[in-house]
Write a protein that binds this ligand. Structure first.
Ligand SMILES: [Fe+2]
Length: 229
């Protein structure tokens, strides 16, 4: 991955916009993950340096990719403990929007979660199971919905109140503010509801699912997969 000075400046602006509220908005494990991986606000981190730390912790690593990964490649990567990291950064003209997952969304938003061993185990298992159903567009869509409403846009109850659990929210200042504003429709996490709930990637998320705990997500895959076996 090679980035210009302007790209690094974009990273600084994005990181700074999240800095002050991170502790109040996100699960505490997110900030610990950033720290553990050496993901700082001064410049776009070197992926190899981040990977050296991440692989030592949980065996996961980020892999540089051009943009969106289709389900087949994405699930293969997850099953192999790899997470795709966009090799570009969004335009500075519109910091709150990226048409495809960029390095800020993937490296800042997703990778810190993978310092949690149980989270990594869940995603690996999710990918392994998802690979079995690629011949069925409906089942694959259900798998996409589960990932979307949890790893990307999940919320979770914590002793300190409702916190952001999804990388799609964590990496967007706008989504962070909106998710906790009381405006979105909040539904209790439920695999039956999620598999039947469509989503749009190009709009602010007006329906969010709330986990009672991260463990609720980590333990949901048998029930989620049951109708497809
Ligand atoms: Fe993502």
């Amino acid at each position: 991955m090679s980035f210009t000075d302007r790209d690094h400046e974009t990273w600084r602006l994005l990181y700074r916009a999240q800095d002050t509220l991170r502790g109040e908005q996100l699960i505490p494990e997110f900030a610990s993950g950033l720290k553990a991986l050496g993901i700082l606000g001064d410049k776009i981190p070197d992926l190899e340096a981040v990977n050296a730390r991440l692989q030592g912790l949980t065996g996961w690593k980020g892999v540089s990719v051009a943009g969106f990964e289709g389900p087949e490649h994405f699930y293969k990567m997850l099953a192999n403990r790899e997470f795709p990291v966009g090799h570009f950064i969004r335009d500075q003209k519109d910091l709150s929007y990226t048409p495809e997952p960029d390095v800020f969304h993937d490296l800042y938003g997703h990778l810190p979660f993978y310092v949690m061993p149980e989270y990594g185990k869940f995603c690996e298992d999710f990918g392994t199971r998802g690979l079995k159903y690629l011949s069925s567009p409906e089942i694959t869509e259900a798998f996409q919905r589960l990932f979307w409403f949890t790893a990307e846009f999940g919320l979770v109850k914590t002793p300190k109140g409702l916190r952001i659990f999804g990388a799609g929210i964590a990496s967007s200042n706008k989504e962070c503010a909106y998710a906790l504003s009381g405006k979105p429709r909040l539904l209790a996490f439920d695999v039956e509801t999620i598999r039947n709930t469509p989503f749009r990637i190009d709009l602010i998320q007006e329906t969010l699912f709330v986990l009672d705990s991260a463990e609720q997500l980590y333990g949901c895959l048998d029930a989620f997969e049951a109708p497809y076996r």
